[in-house]
Write a protein of this length. Sequence first.
Lengths: 632, 198
Amino acid sequence: MACERHADDLMGYLYGELSPREADAFLAHARTCDSCNGELAQLASVRKTVALAAPLPDPPDALTARILDVARTAAASPPVAATTERVGLLDWLMKPWSLGLAAAGAGLAAVMLVSTSKLSMKSPEAVVQEVAPAAAPQMAAEPAVTTPRADLAAKEAKPVEPTAGAGGDEAALLGAAVAEKAVDAPRGAANGVALRAAAPADEEALRDRAPPSKDQQPAMGEVADKVEPAPARQMEAQGKREVAAPLAAAPAPAAEPSPESTAETDDVAARRVQRSEEKVAELKKAKAPASWGVVASEQPRARGPETGNLTLPPPPASPPAEARAEMEAYRDDDGREGAARGAAGAGAMGGGSAPPPAASAPAQPLRKPSLAVPGMKADLAESRSSPVKSVMEDERKRLKQAETGMKAQAEMTAGAEYLASGRATEALAAFQRAEALDTTHELSPNPRVGQAAALALSGRCEDALRLARGVGQTHPAFSKRSSLLTDVAKCFERKGDAVVAQQLRNEAGEVTRQQTAHAGEDAQSERAAAIVHTVKLHQAGVTRCEIAATQDEELPAAAGVWTVKVTVASEGRATEASAQGPREAPGLRACLERHVRGISYGASTAKPQTVEVKLPIVPRGSVEKARKATKK
Amino acid sequence: MAPLHELSDEELMLQYKAGALPAFEELVKRHRRGVFHFALRFLGSPQGAEDALQEIFLRVVRNAASYERKAKFTTWLYTIARNHCIDASRKAAFRRAESLDAPVGDEADSATRLDRTAGNLPGGDQVTQDVRIRHAVDQALARLPPEQREVFILREYSGIPFKEIAEMTGVPENTVKSRMRYALESLRAQLTSQGITP
């Protein structure tokens, strides 16, 4: 255990977060303190081991594309749609499809009024107690997105030099056994990439970091105080002009630990209830769907940094006219689409992402506002509805893609038929249409190849050659490259340019040779990888060998990385196997050889080959237990 | 105007806020791996992590209007990520989920689902060792108390400095460092017990 005084510095040093001066001071201490020295080495070695772990898979590219699609959709409307949509309420109500929602919303408003009233009649302390358990983790997570003068500090302060650079050299001065590990630790801290293979992108964040001084950093309590009242203040400000604000404002004091709110009396709470009742009466009078207002009010709640940076959210960015224009735009669309979006509020997913509710049962869109009931976690509500949206969105895209893909395929078939019948112009047009429709590039490079063939047929040899070369560059392994070049060569022959034609024939022959050779190499290399993978999957057999070797007391002496060579025939049978480890252990060796020979590797067209697999062997089970079992 | 890849995250976010979609694309490109890995370590399920990645960036889109430069983008982003992952893991507690650590085969020692998850793994011999270490680290991580695991993932894998983690989690920086130290010590003990000597 490091000495308490330097425990924090140790962590800072380990992760390269100390200034050079602090790092020097810590190192000076570490030279004389065995406990800090030892702890530094131990923790650094843990980091080193963690960094050795296999990297995690990357997110699928399709997912990234989907995120960007959604962003594009959202870009079509202002990002602050939640605030703009409130003012377009009447316009929205004018739509025939909103009547069902309005009726359901009125019912919902009544339910919410009851729960709001109940909550508001309690003393603030009781309310805080009631709501706090649910809200606390969120509230704790939300503050402190910024430091008040972080920008200034970032400009003025020089970037912190990576501590580890200096630290790395200094660490060599530590004790011999410690030094080896300690050097690795700070170096790793400096070169974060090595130790954080999982998140290299975040190196950016480390590079331009300029931590503000402690006086610039508000204490967490202060930050919490700053962030909590924000929604309440905003609700107050908006309450007079927004129909649904009181409903939304009701939960604010509950989650608000500020002195003002805790000093609030029951009278105030009662007045708030009365005001809520009045507003709801107005709401009913106006036949406004309560759900709309409630949904709209989700935006300014104190929910982590998503709601802002310790400041009040900005006022509505778009004037009412814009909101109305947006509504008009919806009116042009399918009414159900607009209804879904309106009910989902905030326009977060964009118009296309909301599932169209059934005209007769608008329950789906209303599920979301119901979760704005005080004490409930609204974000849970958001995430609850998003999988549905996501599935619908995916399904819609898939259908559209499938439809477009089928059209592209049909154009390809038509092009091929035109080509076969010698109608080069029509073939060219069909292949061009196919290329345009093939947005997912599933057919690529076939449309290009078709175009080149059509051009060659029509006598436009240079254009055909240009396309053929392009295909060669983008798809070097494309199996028809050679045939395409031959077609183009024929084109030049027909034009009487025998020299170019011969060159292209030679080129086609070379492509064929290269592709054949690569195909063989690829097959061999794929086969080798498959063999290694198969051995890896049969870990249970290795474990059995480890247990047996531990019982025979060959382990842990022979523990370490063992190399197993296995020769696999084309039919998938292992013909030979040999194992070798850091120390002689006949039983373990025989067991491992037997194990890899017993595995079926599956048939392959590849030639028989010998593959080396390295297996880390560790002791398994208890020697004492094994001895007892043997005696019995 | 400087190319997008030369701009800071904060500048990109402000550009996106002003309507520049390419800026958002650049942000997604920079952070998708980090956020995905964060969610994957936090939630333990590739499917959950994919959903989380989408949802987290959707929240960025949704809340872009309220972003101000005063906030460091990574802190903002990872606070969103953390909030979402906490929500998701709470929900997951009520659902039956397949564990990444559970053996796929009948035998207790057979390969796990995480082992079979496709990844950009290096080929051959190195894989076995690396996967084994990853397996051991994941198991050890899963056994850490949530507050220690959270700090460890944020600092070790996501590269968020202690000060920002303190802001995100709402505890003092010293506490964050203590949690990190306990996490490292606990991991060391667990890895040693699994035969992997750090």
